[in-house]
Design a protein around this ligand. Structure first.
Ligand SMILES: [Zn+2]
Ligand SMILES: [Zn+2]
Length: 367
C-alpha cells in the first residue's frame, strides 16, 4: 500500500486545501482502516470553514460521511474483515459506555461526532475508524453505493432528530422549515408515518419544486409569503409538528409560531446564535421542544428500506466529482442555490483520472 494519499485538509477559518498526507495507520486494536470509495460534503463542513466549530484544529482532514472497503483491521475487531464493503457512520461509538447502552451513541464517552472534527475524516483516500465494530455497517451485496452515502449522516439525522423527536403520527399536519439535504431527509422519512399534510418552507423555488416531487403536499416560499398567516388560514390552529432544518433564529421563530397546542417543535439545524424563545406565550400551550445530535441507531432500519427500494436517497444526489476536484465540489455545494445542488458525491477511487472524463452533472429534474 502507498505511504501517502490525497486528503481535504482544514487550514483554519476560510481555508481548505487538497493535500498529500500520510496514509493513516491502525492505532488501537479496535480500529479499522477503510479505503474510501465515495464520500460527500455536509453543511456542517461549510460551518467548520466559516469558523462555527472552533474545536476543529487546522491540519484536520474534513468529512464524516462515506462508504468504502476495509483495508486492514485491528486484532480486536470481530464483525468486519479485510475486503468488507462498509458504510461509515458519522458517529463513532464504543457500544459499551453508559450513553451507548442507552442507544445515545451521539454522546459516547469515547466517540460521538469526532470524524472530520476531532480526528481526521473521510474526505480522503483512506480513513482510520475507531471502534470499528460499532461504528461501521455492512453493505449488502448488490446495493447501490452512492445511495448509501446518504445513510452516514443525513437520513438518520432527518429521521431521528426531525421525525422521531417530532413524534410524527398518521394524519398529522407537519411543516418542515428548510429544504436542504436534511430537510429533504426529514421529508422522505416522515412519510413512513403517513402525515396527512406536509408543508415545505424555503426561500428557494427550485428546492420547493423538488420537495413537491419528494412528497410535500404544500409549499410556502417564505420570501414571498407570510408563513404564519398562511398556515393559520389553512389549518385549525397550526401544525402538529414543526421541524426546523436550517439553524437560524428566523427559522426557529417560524416553528415556534406555527406549532399548535400539544404539538412538537423538533430542532435539527446547527444553531450558531441564541434565539428568542417565546416562553411567555408557549408555557401554556403544552408544546414539546426537542434538539439533538444524531445517534445513528436507526441506520440498520433505514438500510433495509433503502435496499428494498422503499426509500430512495439517490434522489438527493445532484452532482458528482472526483476527489481531485473536491475544491470545485465545495464551490458548487457552497453555492447550492445558484448551482441547484443538493448532495454532491465525491469519488475517491481513481484519484488520478482526468477530470473531463469523470465529472458529470445530473439535474434533479431528470430523476
Ligand atoms: Zn453532516
Ligand atoms: Zn460509548
Amino acid at each position: 500500500m502507498k505511504a501517502t494519499m490525497k486528503a481535504l485538509v482544514y487550514g483554519g477559518v476560510g481555508k481548505i486545501e487538497l493535500k498529500e498526507v500520510p496514509v493513516p495507520k491502525i492505532q488501537k486494536s479496535t480500529d479499522a482502516l477503510v479505503r474510501i470509495t465515495k464520500t460527500t460534503i455536509c453543511g456542517t463542513d461549510l460551518g467548520i470553514i466559516k469558523g462555527k466549530v472552533p474545536t476543529v484544529q487546522p491540519g484536520t482532514t474534513l468529512g464524516h460521511e462515506g462508504v468504502g472497503i476495509i483495508e486492514e483491521i485491528g486484532p480486536s475487531v470481530r464483525n468486519f474483515k479485510k475486503g468488507d464493503h462498509v458504510i461509515i457512520s458519522c458517529i463513532t461509538s464504543d457500544g459499551s459506555c453508559e450513553y451507548c447502552k442507552k442507544g445515545m451513541y451521539a454522546h459516547c464517552e469515547d466517540g460521538g461526532w469526532i470524524l472530520g472534527h476531532l480526528i481526521n475524516g473521510t474526505q480522503a483516500e483512506y480513513v482510520c475508524i475507531p471502534h470499528a465494530d460499532n461504528s461501521l455497517h455492512h453493505i449488502p451485496a448488490g446495493a447501490d453505493e452512492e445511495s448509501l452515502v446518504m445513510l452516514s449522516d443525513i437520513l438518520p439525522t432527518g429521521y431521528e432528530i426531525g421525525v422521531l423527536n417530532g413524534r410524527v403520527k398518521p394524519g398529522d399536519t407537519i411543516a418542515i422549515v428548510g429544504s436542504g439535504p436534511i430537510g429533504m431527509s426529514a421529508l422522505l422519512t416522515a412519510q413512513f408515518y403517513s402525515p396527512a399534510k406536509i408543508y415545505m418552507i424555503d426561500l428557494d423555488d427550485n428546492r420547493l419544486a423538488t420537495a413537491k416531487k419528494f412528497g410535500a403536499t404544500d409549499l410556502i416560499n417564505s420570501a414571498n409569503e407570510d408563513v404564519v398567516k398562511k398556515i393559520f388560514a389553512e389549518t385549525k390552529d397550526g401544525v402538529d409538528v414543526a421541524i426546523e432544518a436550517v439553524g437560524l433564529p428566523a427559522t426557529f421563530d417560524i416553528c415556534q409560531n406555527i406549532v399548535r397546542p400539544g404539538g412538537n417543535v423538533a430542532v435539527i439545524g446547527v444553531h450558531g446564535h441564541s434565539v428568542d424563545f417565546q416562553l411567555q406565550k408557549l408555557w401554556i400551550r403544552n408544546i414539546t421542544l426537542t434538539t439533538g445530535l444524531v445517534s445513528t441507531f436507526t441506520t440498520p432500519m433505514l438500510l433495509k428500506n433503502v435496499s428494498s427500494g422503499k426509500l430512495e436517497p439517490k434522489k438527493l444526489i445532484t452532482h458528482h466529482f472526483m476527489l481531485m476536484d473536491i475544491l470545485e465540489a465545495y464551490d458548487v455545494f457552497g453555492n447550492a442555490g445558484k448551482e441547484k445542488a443538493m448532495k454532491v458525491i465525491i469519488d475517491a477511487e481513481g484519484v488520478n483520472e482526468p477530470k473531463a472524463a469523470t465529472t458529470k452533472k445530473r439535474e434533479l429534474a431528470e430523476i
